[in-house]
Write a protein that binds this ligand. Structure first.
Ligand code: FAD
Length: 399
């Protein structure tokens, strides 16, 4: 039963940002309802769990924060609900985590993604959060303390003193995050930036000689774009390159990509100096054998080097070493929006205040991937969403 003395908070969308907000709100003060258009909540969260389920990252929070681009409210959120706070909270609800060799944080072995989701749902039940599934928001803002929604096509009105929007970004539509809300926000005069893919494949037109190497990794490399360099592992695919360094740099490439092709550079031996490589290459052995055995380069890496060098360049230690340290790749574009791990764009930083409240609409807040911010994959995205949900809940509890 809805209490008369309590204020009603409606949270639109059932992703991690929404769930953390619901878990944080004080149920002595608020009646909290999550409204989700799909049949169940947390579908993108479960998709995230299909690969490595990086719940957060274990870097020091100030180091971690440097990987994000976004509004001030995002950084306030990260600093007030850190990665350590998230791990503690997960432990409090029965989900123990561990730090992997990549410094990413995973649920301990044996805990499946669905069990993490169930633990969060149980915590919401403990806090009397109502969950309305198959209920769609299509453009209504609070009027006379009510908000209009549609349940299986039937218009329904819910009491609403405050509304938090958490409808996600614009990728993986199959999970419900279709970005359709943008048109309603724009109609209402809320500034929204166009969506673009982030944490996605970088497309390359490979020469034929690379075809045999699709699906092969380039291990222990670093990838450079302008002044940014990321170490890690790349995968050569039919479309181009994938893997953490490509994902992390895709946001920056996307900022400049247009009619002009962008160039990125692979250092195939980031821990070996160019002088040392020249010395190794100057031995009398066959070059391909030096590349393979003395420089421990994979067949995929050697094929890439060959595709970028003439016969003369290949025979010249100085030129060859320069290519090994700085192999150029022409990026012709980024992967499809719907296939990206995350999207940037959405509600502009200009449209919200420091408390994530919409400037045009008081008592309406925006959290999670709906906002225009970026972070690399590997736990940073979920941490950002959880931190924003936590921060908004804490602020509303103090109201
Ligand atoms: C393949 C993949 C792997 C990933 N792996 C990781 C990872 O390992 N680590 C990491 O940190 N992040 C990862 N992410 C990113 C992470 O899952 C997202 O950043 C996060 O789920 C975004 O959370 P959110 O709360 O903003 O919204 P979402 O999780 O996108 O949820 C939004 C919800 O709102 C609902 N909704 C939308 N419109 C309406 C409407 N009009 N009315 C009612 N409901 C609506 C949707 O149905 C959806 O359930 C991954 C993402 C993908 C796609």
């Amino acid at each position: 039963m809805e209490s008369k003395s309590k204020k009603s908070i409606i949270i639109i969308g059932g992703g991690p940002a929404a769930m953390m907000l619901a878990c944080t709100l004080d149920n002595e003060k608020f009646d909290v309802t999550i409204v989700e258009k799909g049949k169940s909540i947390g579908r993108k969260f479960l998709v995230a769990g299909k690969g490595g389920f990086n719940l957060t990252h274990s870097e020091n929070i100030s180091e971690m924060a440097q990987k994000y681009e976004g509004p001030k409210s995002l950084f306030d959120a990260l600093n007030t609900f850190t990665n350590e706070d998230l791990r503690q909270w997960l432990s409090d609800i029965g989900i123990e985590t561990y730090i992997g060799s990549s410094k990413r944080v995973f649920p301990i072995k044996g805990i499946k993604p669905i069990e993490v989701l169930q633990a969060i749902i149980l915590e919401m039940k403990r806090k009397d959060v109502k969950i309305l599934t198959e209920t769609l928001w299509s453009g209504s803002f609070i009027k006379n303390d009510t908000i209009e929604l549609s349940q299986k096509g039937i218009v329904t009105k819910l009491k609403a003193h405050k509304v938090a929007f958490a409808m996600g970004g614009g990728s993986w539509k199959v999970t419900g995050s279709d970005g359709n809300w943008v048109k309603y926000f724009r109609l209402a005069g809320v500034e929204c930036k166009p969506f673009r893919p982030s944490n996605c494949v970088m497309k390359i037109d490979w020469s034929e000689s690379i075809n045999a190497h699709f699906g092969k990794p380039l291990k222990n490399i670093s990838l450079r774009y302008k002044d940014k360099t990321i170490k890690g592992e790349l995968m050569i695919t039919k479309e181009g390159i994938e893997g953490s360094p490509a994902y992390a740099l895709s946001y920056y490439v996307g900022e400049s990509i247009g009619s002009e092709k962008q160039e990125i550079f692979v250092d195939l031996k980031p821990t070996t100096s160019i002088d040392k490589i020249i010395k190794i290459l100057s031995s009398k052995k066959k070059i391909t054998s030096i590349l393979k055995t003395d420089l421990s380069l994979s067949v995929g890496a050697i094929a890439l080097i060959k595709s970028k060098t003439s016969r003369e360049d290949f025979a010249d230690p100085k030129t060859l070493a320069a290519i090994i340290k700085n192999l150029p790749l022409q990026i012709k574009g980024l992967g499809e929006l719907d296939e990206a791990i995350s999207t940037v764009g959405g509600v502009s930083a200009n449209a919200i205040g420091d408390t994530m409240e919409l400037i045009n609409f008081s008592n309406h807040f925006v959290i999670g991937e709906m906002l225009d911010w970026n972070a690399p994959t590997g736990g940073y995205l979920l941490q950002g969403c959880f931190s924003m949900g936590r921060r908004l809940g804490t602020l509303l509890n103090k109201d």
